[in-house]
Design a protein around this ligand. Structure first.
Ligand SMILES: Cc1cc2nc3c(=O)[nH]c(=O)nc-3n(C[C@H](O)[C@H](O)[C@H](O)COP(=O)(O)OP(=O)(O)OC[C@H]3O[C@@H](n4cnc5c(N)ncnc54)[C@H](O)[C@@H]3O)c2cc1C
Length: 411
């Protein structure tokens, strides 16, 4: 039984598993080519994907950890994972959004009741495109230094300034925006967090060309852009706390969003990709290459074990410091893996283009590995976070921390 009336009933794991299996058997049909991770920046699923997501949300499988009045079932993490595993087993998307959908989780936690009622279902069903309006030319790692301003005028805010490296801005309907609303308090205390409507005259998006020759990034310029008051998340001037929640969600899923090769030329199925590549290139017997492949596999296994430990900690209700290692570990794995691909191909990796798909993949993965080591906070910043918040090391000196932002150099 999966109708709303029965969702709050306590079910055994077996009954829940049978329930979700039966529902999937009755409803799931593989969809046309996936358009990317659900809840990802600027990713637009096809109409078929959206129709499927709507079904998943309505049946209560999308966010089972959430309360029943918000499309959930109030389930424990362990039971929610049963649902995710059953969806994964048949390759169906849409489950586990209470873990992975950064936009919906941030809105659920902080949006005003009116805006929450409007936006949360749209986010869960991927009916709106989203982007992150955080980084600015002078504020990337130190986001507390943002200078884009939002000024209240009656029932709305007027936004002026600019952002950079905004993934998916060209197609987004809303951007999660941090902007300065008070210049006379220290930098962390005068920032507010908004869901800014992107499709309006005051927002101009200009694409940037990336090292991979793609253009997912943009510069975004605001000239008297309007943001309704109801789109403010959390209290005015307290956006720093909202941002910390949103960043934690982003970092926890960043590794999962990492892309694979893009040539589209299939690698040997079933075999570890690096071993298959080395076999194809005739270097599987090379001791140095074997050692490097083993290192990458070792890193991946270690990361999987750490992730399992973190999940076990969470299931027992304790927050896990191991969680903070995931993004950093994934960054190392992606760089190492790309390096080993290049080693395997040797001089052949200098080739490029459709006639050399393996080289194209190696080169793309080498360049794209920076996605995880810079996006969502750099590796260096992640190490600072681990040092200070997990290991309890002394905080990095910050001369402008307690100074009213207006007096900080550069203003
Ligand atoms: C793939 C990708 C997608 C992105 N998408 C978005 C997006 O959608 N929205 C958005 O707002 N931004 C986005 N960004 C921007 C990203 O968040 C920033 O690039 C990142 O936070 C670093 O900021 P910065 O580029 O200004 O570098 P800086 O902050 O100028 O850092 C430069 C260098 O100095 C180091 N550094 C800086 N401060 C310290 C410190 N205190 N201790 C040690 N080292 C330090 C950094 O690690 C880095 O190596 C994206 C970036 C990438 C790569």
């Amino acid at each position: 039984m999966t109708d709303a009336a029965t969702r709050t009933e306590t079910q055994t794991d077996e009954a829940l598993r049978a329930d979700v299996r039966a529902w999937l058997a009755a409803n799931w049909k593989p969809l046309p080519t996936a358009q990317g991770r659900i809840g990802g920046a600027g990713l637009f699923p096809t109409p078929e994907h959206r129709a499927w997501l709507a079904k998943v949300v309505d049946a209560g499988w999308a966010v089972p950890r959430w309360p029943t009045q918000w499309y959930g079932r109030g389930l424990s993490d362990a039971q929610a994972r049963i649902i995710e595993r059953e969806f994964a087993a048949v390759g169906a998307p849409g489950a586990g959004q209470d873990r992975s959908n950064l936009w919906a989780n941030t809105a659920l936690a902080y949006a005003t009741p009116t805006f929450k009622a409007k936006i949360v279902p749209l986010l869960l069903k991927s009916e709106v495109g989203m982007c992150l309006l955080y980084s600015e030319p002078g504020a990337g790692s130190d986001l507390a230094g943002v200078r884009t301003r939002a000024e209240r005028q009656g029932d709305h805010f007027v936004v002026n300034g600019s952002k950079v490296w905004t993934s998916g801005a060209a197609t987004a309907d809303y951007g999660m925006l941090i902007a300065r609303t008070d210049w006379d308090t220290p930098k962390h205390k005068g920032i507010s967090f908004f869901f800014l409507p992107m499709k309006q005259k005051g927002v101009e998006v200009r694409p940037l060309r990336q090292i991979t020759n793609e253009s997912h990034f943009n510069e975004v310029f605001f000239t008297d852009a309007i943001c309704p008051e109801e789109n403010l998340l959390g209290p005015l001037d307290a956006g720093w706390g909202v941002l910390q929640t949103a960043l934690a969600y982003e970092r926890s899923v960043m590794g999962e969003g990492a892309r694979g090769p893009r040539s589209g030329v299939a690698e040997a199925a079933g075999e570890e990709p690096l071993i298959a590549l080395a076999r194809e290139a005739g270097v599987l017997g090379d001791p140095l290459i074997r050692q490097e492949i083993a290192k990458v596999i070792g890193y991946r296994r270690l990361n999987a074990l750490n992730a399992a430990r973190a999940k076990a900690d969470l299931a027992q209700g304790t927050s896990s410091s191991i969680m903070s290692l995931g993004k950093l570990a994934m960054s190392r794995i992606l760089h190492e893996e790309a390096k080993v691909r290049t080693m395997i191909l040797g001089a052949g990796s200098l080739l490029e283009g459709p006639d050399h798909p393996r080289a194209e993949d190696a080169n793309f993965l080498t360049l794209n590995a920076y996605f995880t080591s810079i996006g969502g906070g750099t590796d260096q910043i992640q190490r600072n976070i681990i040092g200070e918040r997990v290991l309890g090391l002394p905080k990095e000196p910050e001369v402008d921390r307690d100074v009213p932002f207006r007096q900080v150099r550069g203003n």
